[in-house]
Design a binder for this molecule. Sequence first.
Ligand SMILES: NC(=O)c1ccc[n+]([C@@H]2O[C@H](COP(=O)([O-])OP(=O)(O)OC[C@H]3O[C@@H](n4cnc5c(N)ncnc54)[C@H](OP(=O)(O)O)[C@@H]3O)[C@@H](O)[C@H]2O)c1
Length: 308
Amino acid sequence: MKIAITGATGFIGTKLVEKLAKDNQIIILTRNVDKAKSVFSPAIYSNLEFINYTPKQEGIWQNKIDGCDAVINLAGAPIAERWSDSYKQEILDSRQLGTRIIVDAIAKSNQKPQVLINASAIGFYGTSETETYTEISPAGEDFLAQVCQAWEGEANKVTEIGIRLVILRFGIVLGNGGALAKMIPPFKIFAGGPIGGGKQWFSWIHRDDVVEMIIQSLKDNNIHGTFNATAPYPVTMNKLCETLGSILKRPSWLPVPSFALELLLGDGAKVVLEGQKVLPQKTTELMNYNFLYPNLESALKQIITTEF
Ligand SMILES: NC(=O)c1ccc[n+]([C@@H]2O[C@H](COP(=O)([O-])OP(=O)(O)OC[C@H]3O[C@@H](n4cnc5c(N)ncnc54)[C@H](OP(=O)(O)O)[C@@H]3O)[C@@H](O)[C@H]2O)c1
């Protein structure tokens, strides 16, 4: 397959490209080709094409979508930063306008891709300590919920031109990087313990499962619609810290103050401090996805022993 990917240089994208490049031709749409080249091993360069693109503006790069079999749209400004008004606008624009331009490129191409796989987030549902969210739950009202709705709204337009669309609402992705890499250091310093109140939900997924879910979505033409990319067994923050504590061999009774996490995750800490319980109902029933890591303990053990 010939596959164009935005956000290919990120935490999820790099793992995905490593796997896909084995038997596919990958077009990496990036804001900075030189930086992107440094992210991947030259051993896989022969199957990669690096293209400079402008995520919020039309350009000749859009022609590169023509003739692709699939497009995977992962790009977006990181949320683990301080959210000034202008940065909030960037969080939104990089996803809403970024997705609009990709859909526009698909619409303009003569030989259109068969599928668009678009990232979204469980931030779609808002936060709650008591609710359980599945794919049919309504959208929340906070800033991230609004961003996700705008992002998905743009992606949905691709169905109007007959293209198969798979939207994956990612939970907190665990691997060497992302939220976990930022949470482990304060956890170690403070001897480990609940972050924030402790009762908030932590809907996680192993990065390898995200990659496999994307690959299944690429291959199976029957998969379309919106799916929660979260493990079937979300945990509370207390449980996460107890499990991390036992794997890292640290006591897990001393609470990590919220400010420590806020220092590292900025306003993005809200996702971890308030939390939400999300279940992958359609993912297991309709996509028939079999999780490599359904349980937190096996996921964390694998990541900490092989990736950190
Ligand atoms: N990781 C998670 O736990 C998680 C959870 C829920 C949702 N998601 C979503 O899934 C997608 C991929 O996640 P990730 O963790 O791999 O993200 P990431 O590591 O932050 O990488 C995202 C990529 O997007 C591009 N990018 C960064 N800032 C941008 C901007 N201002 N405008 C346009 N593009 C920009 C960059 O690619 P170039 O520099 O090559 O252009 C970057 O490599 C993101 O949209 C993220 O919001 C992730």
